[in-house]
Design a protein around this ligand. Sequence first.
Ligand SMILES: NC(=O)c1ccc[n+]([C@@H]2O[C@H](COP(=O)([O-])OP(=O)(O)OC[C@H]3O[C@@H](n4cnc5c(N)ncnc54)[C@H](OP(=O)(O)O)[C@@H]3O)[C@@H](O)[C@H]2O)c1
Length: 271
Amino acid sequence: MPTAPTPASGTASDTESGTASVTLVTGASSGIGQGAALEVARQGAGVVLTYRGNPDGAEETVQRIEEFGGTAVALPLDTARTETFPAFAEEVSRALQETWGSRALTGLVNNAGSARPAAFADTTEAVVDELGDVLFKGPFFLTRALLPLLADGASIVNVGSSSTRPFGMTPGFSAYAAFKGAVVVWSRYLAKELGGRGIRVNTVAPGPTRTRLGGDAFARHPELIAPLAANTALGRIGEGADVGRVIAFLLSEQAGWITGQDIDVSGGYDL
Ligand SMILES: NC(=O)c1ccc[n+]([C@@H]2O[C@H](COP(=O)([O-])OP(=O)(O)OC[C@H]3O[C@@H](n4cnc5c(N)ncnc54)[C@H](OP(=O)(O)O)[C@@H]3O)[C@@H](O)[C@H]2O)c1
């Protein structure tokens, strides 16, 4: 890491015109981010993906993309460390140029995130700071840092959560859900402010999804899955690919008339 494979011919790269379809996905070393990165690549776009503590997971995402002829570059990024964002933007710019002969990103997925359940009465200032940095302040300032690299007409997808809804609420997520709610409101303002450049901004709200969230909570506590599946209209919890496909759709031209929306991707959780 970082991995910078040669671009596969015919995918995402058009060095003659200097344009390429390339999406940056944060937190693509597992779960929803990995699902989104794979689906975006399957639709023909190049992918810059990021990881924090799981380089092996990022390498797996790159390899799976290369297996079907796509092109991906993995870069390390801690979204809680805003002071690193200017240097990160330069790295992204270099990767765009070297790998795709391009200067701009056509898509950005602010997906990286973590959860730390705590009853409100036990939620410390340190926990609120930590969650706020990763879930809200990070995407906010990362997007600002990457704004000069975003092509006119680009698409941004921010990953929210069904925990922001007034149904299916699980105690212990007051800080997590509040910051995810902030992401939804911020995204709406971003859609308004960036609409003049043709940039669309939407949020997805995944329901319970089998990922490594919460320190691999579903692997450590598989007994959590059945009740969540029973409370889902389609009878199971989500997989990273279920959400990844919707993210890829929102990034695509097919979703060109959708902006400022918060879309539930939960299989009908708690209907
Ligand atoms: N799973 C669910 O049920 C669910 C439901 C609603 C919303 N979400 C949201 O979906 C998003 C993706 O989570 P997931 O469920 O796919 O969990 P996951 O499998 O744990 O993936 C989280 C990803 O975010 C990265 N990450 C975590 N903290 C980071 C930080 N400080 N800086 C940079 N990257 C960081 C992780 O990187 P490393 O592993 O490399 O450190 C990993 O790639 C999160 O925003 C989460 O809140 C999940």
